[in-house]
Design a protein around this ligand. Structure first.
Ligand code: HEC
Ligand code: HEC
Length: 353
């Protein structure tokens, strides 16, 4: 009898060990997906963070909205911020690189202006500290709007409505219309372009059915593959700089040799091809991708990323899941009434070419 009891006891022990260990493995593997996601990401806020620190914020936003749509900020009076950052089309221009003054093209893809204010700095190389500094660049860039500080002030001062709007937004200024106030108003408007309530944000907030199974699978892959090393926080990007090509050099069309990225603006950067990690918010709306705008589909960009940044080849299922997850990052676009702009007067400088 003894050996039988012994072997029964042994069997029982084995069962207990197996049960305990699978229970342990299960609980480890199943840190709920939402908790993992909450560790890395935050929802897009409904209100502009820090707006209470800006005097007359609402007046500045209202003015900035008109300026954003006004092509008279450009020398030819045909190019507005909206030409390259179309708010009906993902906040960008859907082109590899933008077309500006005199049909000239610039070297880089236009990023979306949606949620841009939530980033640590502006431009692909982070050369503008904030939206105020950023807004000055396109107006005076010869390939974009090709205007000058004095010309912009002359144009705006020539229209009484603008004088009234600037005075309302900057009542403390003796001469409210100048290049600096134009930049501040544009920055206030751009900072207000938030896109909250994406399915992903609703999922983070606890709405289980906000993501379908494939999107959840994509989120799981995104975390497991390590995309979150760089694409994290509120914007799934926009808060750090990394080399494009950590593990392998991307093909020349993705990473043209002449654009050294942050190296061009910071002496202290020791590596070439360091760029700001772009936001993945609304990424399904903003093809083509990468700073040279050379990848036309998300499938392609995801494969390139996994290979050049993480040394990983993805299966078709992984790619599909990641792309499905990205579609859950499209938020509610702000409702923006097309502003009626004041008519040019006799004093308004004429368009030039
Ligand atoms: C001719 C096309 C064009 C026009 C006009 C234009 N932009 Fe841009 N914008 C771009 C391109 C291209 C970039 C990226 C340039 C770079 O990173 O070097 C950019 C970058 C930006 C960024 C930074 C986004 C980020 O994620 O880094 C903001 C914000 C922005 N533009 C706002 C504006 C505003 C405001 C105006 C009007 C004053 C304007 N743009 C006019 C093409 C344009
Ligand atoms: C080491 C940092 C890092 C990792 C890891 C990383 N990325 Fe990126 N990602 C970047 C940078 C930097 C860029 C901008 C590249 C450029 O210069 O065009 C980028 C660009 C992208 C873009 C293009 C966005 C646009 O608007 O042009 C997508 C999509 C993307 N990443 C997805 C992913 C996915 C999916 C993963 C995981 C498989 C991943 N990334 C892993 C840093 C990273």
């Amino acid at each position: 009898m003894m050996p039988v009891i012994k072997s029964l006891l042994f069997l029982l022990l084995v069962c207990v060990v197996v049960l305990v260990s699978t229970a342990g493995a299960q609980s480890e593997a199943e840190v709920p997906l939402r908790d993992q996601a909450r560790f890395y990401f935050d929802a897009i806020p409904h209100e502009v963070p820090g707006k209470e620190l800006v005097d007359h914020f609402d007046e500045k936003v209202a003015l900035g909205q008109r300026l954003f749509f006004d092509p008279r900020l450009s020398m030819s009076q045909t190019v507005s911020c909206h030409s390259c950052h179309n708010l009906s089309m993902g906040g960008d221009d859907g082109r590899p690189v933008s077309v500006g003054h005199g049909w000239q093209t610039g070297p880089r893809n236009a990023p979306t202006v949606f949620n841009a204010g939530l980033q640590i700095a502006q431009f692909w190389d982070g050369r503008a500290r904030d939206l105020v500094e950023q807004a000055g660049a396109p107006m005076t860039s010869p390939v974009e709007m090709a205007s000058t500080d004095p010309l912009i002030c002359d144009v705006l001062s020539s229209m009484p409505d603008y004088v009234a709007w600037f005075t309302r937004a900057f009542p403390e200024r003796e001469n409210p219309i100048c290049f600096a106030t134009t930049r501040h108003a544009l920055a206030a408007f751009v900072s207000s372009l938030l896109t909250p309530d994406a399915p992903f944000d609703r999922y983070l907030a606890g709405q289980e059915e906000a993501l379908d199974d494939l999107q959840k699978q994509g989120l799981r892959e995104f975390i497991a593959l390590g995309c979150t090393q760089c694409h994290m926080s509120t914007n799934l990007g926009g808060n750090g700089y990394y080399r494009f090509g950590v593990k392998h050099a991307p093909e020349q069309r993705y990473r043209p040799q002449e654009d050294l990225g942050r190296r061009l603006v910071m002496d202290t950067i020791s590596e070439d091809y360091v760029f700001k990690v772009p936001t993945l918010r609304n990424v399904a709306l903003t093809a083509p991708y990468f700073h040279a705008g050379s990848a036309w589909t998300l499938e392609e960009s995801v494969e390139v990323m996994a290979w050049v940044q993480l040394d990983k080849k993805l299966t078709e299922q992984q790619v599909d899941a990641l792309v499905a997850f990205f579609s859950s990052l499209t938020g509610s676009l702000p409702t923006i009434a097309l502003p009626a702009l004041p008519v040019s007067t006799r004093e308004t400088p004429r368009p030039a070419y």
